[in-house]
Design a protein around this ligand. Structure first.
Ligand code: 5GP
Length: 198
């Protein structure tokens, strides 16, 4: 399950609550070159790497996808995703729009393609998003402005996703995501083993 949405939309809160309700789903811990924020745990929220280490892993082919977001590098390690998916498990990826496109493109024509579910988390309005970005109080004005510019570009891509969840009331957004997972698990195109109905 690939989850995207502009920063400040509350995606992290939504997916944390979702994972608490769906403990069978594995969260793909991304690598990033940005500095940890207060309250973030190394290896749980992200693998924090310096640029040289990140680039070394790119060259070694360790990433399923990687992209530059807000001036920092972010990437999904194959090791976080592939074995679990091959074994029939569910993995949640929190990645930006560029990353989602790369995952879609690299899975095209492979057995992974029908397993993918793309979910976009949007704000009730752009004004609400700006309020949340400022309310977080963790980022400098210049960073907020860059994130807002990026948010407009990300929002324009929502139709590329199969599902849209508007994060207005948190509990409802979490319940929506749980429902998307339930629907995805029942999709006939995602049934691995033949269904023995006789
Ligand atoms: P933040 O720095 O606020 O945690 O994340 C900034 C943006 O980077 C978010 O839109 C998030 O979805 C995206 N992001 C996080 N991990 C990855 C990743 O592994 N790949 C890509 N392409 N984007 C990521």
């Amino acid at each position: 399950m690939v989850l995207s949405g502009p920063s400040g939309v509350g995606k992290t809160t939504v997916y944390r609550q979702f994972l608490a309700r769906c403990p069978g789903v594995r969260f793909s811990v991304s690598c990033t070159t940005r500095a940890p924020r207060a309250g973030e745990t190394v290896g749980v929220d992200y693998h924090f790497l310096d640029r040289a280490d990140f680039q070394r892993r790119v060259a070694a082919g360790e990433f399923l996808e990687h992209a530059e977001v807000h001036g920092n590098l972010y990437g999904t390690l194959r090791a976080e995703v592939e074995d679990t998916v091959r074994a029939g498990g569910d993995v949640l990826l929190d990645i930006d729009v560029q990353g989602a496109r790369l995952v879609r493109a690299s899975a095209a024509g492979t057995p992974l393609a029908p397993s993918l579910v793309f979910v976009f988390v949007g704000p009730p309005s752009l004004a609400a998003l700006e309020g949340r970005l400022r309310g977080r109080g963790t980022d400098a004005e210049e960073v907020i402005q860059r994130r807002l510019r990026n948010a407009r570009a990300e929002l324009a891509a929502w139709r590329e996703y199969e599902y849209l969840i508007v994060n207005d009331v948190l509990d409802e957004a979490v319940a929506d995501l749980v429902s998307v997972l339930a629907a995805a698990r029942r999709a006939t195109c995602r049934c691995g083993a033949p269904w023995n109905h006789e």
